[in-house]
Design a protein around this ligand. Structure first.
Ligand code: BGC
Length: 377
């Protein structure tokens, strides 16, 4: 009887301590997420430039001066997009891969010296992501790659270095992606148990993908989403994505049926007219942005897990500057109101917050102001 009583008490105690531990682990992710309040995506540097990962370019495209500037402008973290191919080369000890990792180490170190947090964002090309659709073997290889990367960075401050499993995985099946993400998290945890993992939804990691995601069976995880809605506005003229946005020019934000009337008239195709009319009818404005971001908070509360917006931004070439700033402001306010950290896409490319020309880097004061940062250079 006494033994039974003791067994019940000790089972109760261990259940309690497990519950306390789980709570602490969730709290840890929340504390860590505070280092990711307002960030910037250092794009096209260690990813998306497959033709050129030479040391020369890696040292000149974005520099240590840029890292210092990023800090001065008021950002608290950088999300470094990192291609998978050169990492595979590094794993196989190929000279180019080894050099790539050495340069990445140098950049991570420079950021940490500035007290900037760093997201190691695995940002492969589509063809790498497609392989993951083909059975278990490529998934196991992906896990092995992550294990090497996590081990490599495991001695770095876990308060400031984060591991993001994969940018926009393009996996059509959320359930399968969930399994992949869980498996890879296990591989990471085995070698870097202190570090916070960033996990996202399937497909393009949009808010709708986050809604379908169940938390993975690990603690100390932050859940990410990307938000470029309304796409007709943020991606007007973009050539690499939904063909519907490619011909768009001068799309207004906020949108009303009245203020899209001219755009509508200029649309030669029925498909284009449909797209534009729907955009006007949707009446995108601060209120709608806010109502959308509210779902991120709802997901976070439902699952008792912190969320983070890893990408949002507006393609510069065809958007009105003031409208671009307005949307960024509306997004930033909606996120900050809910204590959701964010990283704008991107630092210096065609969504950028700075312009680099003839050796001079000019921060965009209007955009910095929209981001609530506008600090003196
Ligand atoms: C993609 C970039 C793209 C950006 C905005 C990113 O996740 O990797 O290629 O420019 O989203 O569309």
């Amino acid at each position: 009887m006494v033994i039974l009583y003791l067994a019940i008490v000790s089972a109760g105690a261990s259940l309690l301590s497990a519950a306390v531990w789980a709570q602490e682990a969730a709290a840890l992710a929340v504390t860590r997420a505070r280092h990711l309040s307002h960030g910037i995506n250092t794009s096209l540097w260690f990813a998306q430039s497959p033709a050129d990962y030479t040391v020369e370019r890696l040292r000149s495209f974005t520099t240590t001066d840029d890292i210092v500037l990023i800090k001065k402008l008021g950002f608290d973290h950088i999300r470094i997009s990192i291609d998978a191919e050169p990492l595979l080369g590094w794993r196989r000890n190929l000279p180019q891969g080894v050099q790539f990792m050495a340069e990445l180490d140098r950049v991570v170190q420079a950021a940490l010296e500035q007290k900037l947090a760093v997201i190691i964002d695995l940002h492969p090309e589509s063809r790498y992501k497609q392989q993951l659709l083909q059975g278990t073997e490529p998934v196991e290889r992906f896990g092995m790659l992550w294990q090497s990367v996590a081990k490599h960075f495991s001695s770095m401050d876990p308060n400031l270095v984060f591991f993001e499993i994969m940018n926009e995985p393009e996996q059509p099946d959320p359930y399968r992606w969930q399994g992949i993400e869980s498996f890879v998290s296990g591989q990471i945890r085995a070698v870097a148990p202190q570090h916070t993992i960033i996990a996202g939804g399937a497909k393009w990691s949009g808010l709708e993908d986050l809604m379908l995601l169940q938390p993975i069976p690990y603690d100390n995880v932050i859940y990410t989403f990307h938000d470029y809605e309304p796409f007709a506005f943020t991606h007007q003229g973009a050539t690499w994505t939904d063909p519907a946005v490619q011909p768009l020019r001068g799309v207004p934000y906020p949108s009303t049926p009245e203020n899209v009337a001219t755009n509508l008239q200029e649309e030669p195709t029925l498909a284009g007219q449909f797209f534009m009319e729907q955009y006007g009818l949707a009446r995108w404005d601060a209120q709608r942005v806010d109502a959308t971001i509210d779902f991120a908070e709802r997901w976070s509360k439902l699952h008792d897990a912190p969320v983070y917006c890893g990408e949002f931004g507006v393609y510069r070439p065809f958007a009105d500057e003031a409208m671009r700033a307005l949307w960024l402001r509306d997004m930033r306010i909606a996120l900050e109101k809910r204590h959701i950290g964010w990283a704008m896409w991107d630092y210096q490319d065609n969504f950028g917050v700075v312009t680099k020309k003839n050796g001079t880097t000019t921060p965009d004061r209007v955009i910095l102001d929209a981001l609530g940062l506008n600090r003196a250079k």
